[in-house]
Design a protein. Structure first.
Length: 331
């Protein structure tokens, strides 16, 4: 049984990840740490977690855990991923792992140096609806893929929320722009060559609050928009010359409705609906991670894939500073 330690009492951990880590068939949450010891004890009591620590380093020194889940603010991801690896712990770290692709290099070095498993927590890549979309595109169910369209928006103007604090790594593209990019790359197995983008920043917060992006994948195009100050919406569409695929709740599984993938034929006369019931994508992610950490075969979102995805986000920011296309580094 894989023994998890949690670095921080962040909301995503409390509300989404910890309950599904506890439900996983091959893992258990053994410890949680917070710089506020009282908060750690309160969360531990809520979930029946046996060990609490008032410092992250103390948790990393504990022999009672095999690996850690890190939901700290983005600006601290690289630092604590490296520290955890150097402590001999496997590491599942929240996205985005970094704010610049080059900053992931020390994490890769720590992984290789310590012979541990480290992965960025893109839970969507473990959800069967995304795996089904990849299968349908690969088998030609929509013919030649011509265009991918996406959107991910919510409304958050809380000045204390880390998403609105640039010093903590806040902003729309780091928080949610990573999802349309990773979803498209996951389904198609392709990388974008160049980017056009427009990015709007909040005058008070300084964070990016709206981005409209066009990406050239050579064989097809992708367009998407994200915003932290618009009405909530999520969608992904893969459009070919013989049909198209809609993923209705692509990112926050079951929050925006049932998890359904709809395959439409060319004249929109026939639609095939794939329904996914009680899918817990954080649980699937945790189980795959624990298998990999135990030396079993498991398909994880690799750090090398993290670098590729972050290079797209980096190119979006660069593209927003000028007219025309911006090349994606390394493509």
């Amino acid at each position: 049984m894989f023994r998890w330690g949690i670095l921080s009492t962040a909301k995503i951990g409390r509300e989404f990840v910890i309950p599904q880590l506890q439900d996983a068939e091959n893992g258990v949450v053994t410890a949680i740490a917070s710089r506020d010891g009282a908060r750690a004890k309160a969360v531990a009591a809520r979930f029946g977690i046996p060990y609490t620590f008032s410092s992250y380093q103390a948790l990393l020194a504990s022999p009672e855990i095999d690996g850690v889940y890190i939901p700290l603010p983005t600006s601290q991801h690289v630092e604590w991923a490296v520290k955890a690896a150097d402590a001999g712990k496997h590491v599942l770290v929240e996205k985005p792992l970094a704010l610049d692709a080059k900053d992931i290099a020390p994490v890769i070095e720590a992984r290789d140096r310590n012979k541990v498993v480290i992965a960025e927590a893109f839970m969507v890549t473990y959800h069967p609806q995304w795996i089904k979309a990849r299968e349908l595109v690969a088998e030609g169910a929509i013919g030649r893929l011509r265009h991918v369209q996406g959107a991910f928006t919510y409304h958050n103007v809380d000045p204390d929320n880390m998403r609105n604090r640039p010093e903590l790594g806040g902003g729309g593209l780091p928080d949610i722009g990573v999802y349309p990019t990773v979803g498209t790359r996951f389904v198609t197995g392709k990388e974008p060559r160049r980017i056009q983008a427009m990015v709007e920043r909040d005058k008070a917060f300084g964070t990016d609050i709206y981005a409209s992006v066009k990406a050239d994948f050579a064989d097809f195009e992708m367009s998407f928009y994200v915003s932290t100050q618009m009405a909530a919406r999520q969608m992904m569409v893969f459009h070919g010359d013989e049909g198209f695929i809609e993923i209705e709740t692509p990112f926050n599984s079951r929050v925006y409705g049932d998890d359904r993938l709809i395959l439409h034929n060319a004249d929109h006369a026939l639609s095939t609906v794939y329904r996914f019931g009680d899918i817990r994508q954080y649980r699937l992610q945790a189980e795959a991670f624990a298998r990999a950490a135990s030396g079993e075969k498991a398909d994880l979102f690799s750090l090398e894939d993290s670098v590729k995805n972050q290079k797209v986000i980096d190119a979006i920011f660069r593209a927003s500073n000028h007219e025309g296309w911006e090349a994606v580094e390394g493509t």
